[in-house]
Design a binder for this molecule. Structure first.
Ligand SMILES: *[C@@H]1O[C@H](CO)[C@@H](O)[C@H](O)[C@H]1NC(C)=O
Ligand SMILES: *[C@@H]1O[C@H](CO)[C@@H](O)[C@H](O)[C@H]1NC(C)=O
Ligand SMILES: *[C@@H]1O[C@H](CO)[C@@H](O)[C@H](O)[C@H]1NC(C)=O
Ligand SMILES: *[C@@H]1O[C@H](CO)[C@@H](O)[C@H](O)[C@H]1NC(C)=O
Ligand SMILES: *[C@@H]1O[C@H](CO)[C@@H](O)[C@H](O)[C@H]1NC(C)=O
Length: 399
């Protein structure tokens, strides 16, 4: 009896820690996966309500609206899809100048819908450093502060505020990730104060990250490395950190993480606001094909669902938005127009399955925890029973 009881104790504690281990580790590492839904297409698109319900049935966890308007936001009220709203670049300078401009935008796009629409974050501008006639590098921080203060004035404290960079505009290199830094001219004036703001407000660094573009400008990168193809010799080592990379995406994420670490902020969550692959590119973009787009997006989802994170960050990226839901006919070059994963009739261009991402991931995780929980409870009851038997045994033998 006592031998059994002792073994049982060992087993009990082993099981207890196993449960703890699983319930704490499996939840964190699968990011929420969503899509960018731009309504700036020139072709006919279905009503936003129909798009929202299609996205729900595809099990998409979050949606990024690069050109939000009340009609689109309303379509996502009373759903479990969370929203990332981007304030268009053209509004940024005026919001930097005057807080009432920020409040005006919030009163149209947030106040009527929040919290029935799960607005999780606002990006003040998108790709704010892209070479263009309006240089936003001076206005983005003041605009962020005005939006942040505006939200607080309205009593809204759970929406985080940030801005969106493009990888190529802000990070020096991805080879190797450990040598990546932010580009010099913007470090002191923009990146450092932004990271300080993000870290003090629990917000994330938002970044558009396109392995397709890096692959195009670096002919030495094998296509399989960009497309998540696992092959025995398909890896790059970072000799400084000892990390081994099996795909270009992880290298880019870790470059961003290294760059933030050089400025003393190595814990800021990274959200990938855009990533994808074009399915058609015209004559000079032979790698923009439906097959490759399919390989990239499904390879990416499978990689995220593995929960492995990246070599430098166990939990990986915090959220990720596939670029994009529909093709945009208004874009300049042929390949820019063909990043969509759905046709306007809401059928898929190619097979892609979101059901393993955080939304449903949370479900199976809950289920797993519930099963483990009830097993644990049973074990506790058995343990109590055994203790009682042992006690009775001792009392009996004394008597
Ligand atoms: C801010 O803008 C509003 C309307 O655009 C204007 O009425 C107000 O005077 C401005 N405030 C400042 C401090 O410039
Ligand atoms: C934007 O302006 C800042 C300083 O005002 C400058 O350092 C930066 O190089 C400019 N960027 C572009 C793309 O013109
Ligand atoms: C940030 O998050 C931490 C932990 O979740 C919390 O303790 C802290 O109060 C948060 N800070 C802000 C400014 O929300
Ligand atoms: C919408 O598309 C037009 C071209 O059709 C472009 O000029 C404009 O910048 C786009 N707006 C956004 C928010 O992307
Ligand atoms: C949806 O549109 C695509 C492209 O135009 C077409 O190939 C496909 O057959 C359509 N599917 C349905 C169900 O209408």
């Amino acid at each position: 009896m006592s031998l059994f009881s002792e073994n049982f104790h060992v087993f009990f504690f082993f099981f207890f820690f196993l449960t703890l281990h699983f319930s704490s580790s499996s939840a964190a590492s699968i990011p929420a996966v969503g899509v960018t839904f731009s309504t700036n297409a020139t072709v006919y698109l279905p009503r936003p309500e129909r798009v929202a319900s299609a996205l729900r049935s595809l099990k998409i966890a979050c949606v990024r609206l690069p050109d939000p308007n009340p009609k689109n936001i309303r379509a996502f009220t009373y759903s479990d899809i969370s929203l990332l709203l981007s304030i268009p670049n053209s509004f940024v300078p005026e919001m930097a100048l005057n807080q009432s401009n920020a409040l005006k935008w919030l009163s149209h796009n947030v106040v009527p819908f929040y919290p029935h629409a799960l607005i999780s974050s606002i990006s003040v501008g998108d790709d704010v450093l892209k070479p263009s006639s309006t240089n936003l590098s001076d206005s983005v921080l003041p605009a962020i502060r005005n939006v942040y203060r505006g939200l607080h004035q309205l009593g809204i404290r759970k929406i985080s505020v940030s801005t969106t960079f493009s990888f190529v505009d802000v990070v020096t290199t991805a080879f190797p990730p450990s040598s990546a830094e932010f580009r010099k001219p913007i470090v002191q004036s923009l990146v450092k104060p932004l990271l300080e703001f993000l870290s003090s407000t629990n917000s994330s660094l938002l970044i558009n990250m396109h392995p397709y573009k890096l692959y195009r400008s670096h002919p030495e990168i094998p296509i399989g490395f960009a497309l998540f193809q696992e092959q025995p010799f398909n890896f790059r080592d970072d000799l400084k950190t000892g990390a081994r990379y099996r795909n270009l995406f992880d290298m880019m994420v870790d470059s961003v993480i290294s760059a933030t670490a050089t400025l003393g902020h190595d814990r800021i969550p990274v959200v990938v606001t855009e990533t994808g692959w074009p399915s058609y590119g015209g004559e000079d973009e032979g790698d923009a094909t439906e097959d490759y787009a399919h390989m990239y997006n499904t390879g990416l989802l499978k990689h995220l669902q593995s929960g492995l994170g990246t070599p430098l960050r166990r939990e990986g990226v915090a959220e990720i938005y596939i670029y994009e839901l529909f093709d945009e006919d208004g874009k300049k070059t042929t390949s820019e127009r063909h990043w969509g994963i759905l046709y306007p009739n809401l059928t898929k261009k190619y097979e892609i399955d979101f059901s393993g991402s955080a939304e449903s991931g949370r479900g199976t995780d809950d289920c797993f925890q519930r099963v483990m929980g009830s097993l644990l409870l049973t074990l506790i009851l058995v343990e109590v029973l055994v203790q009682q038997l042992v006690l009775e045994d001792r009392v009996n033998s004394r008597a």
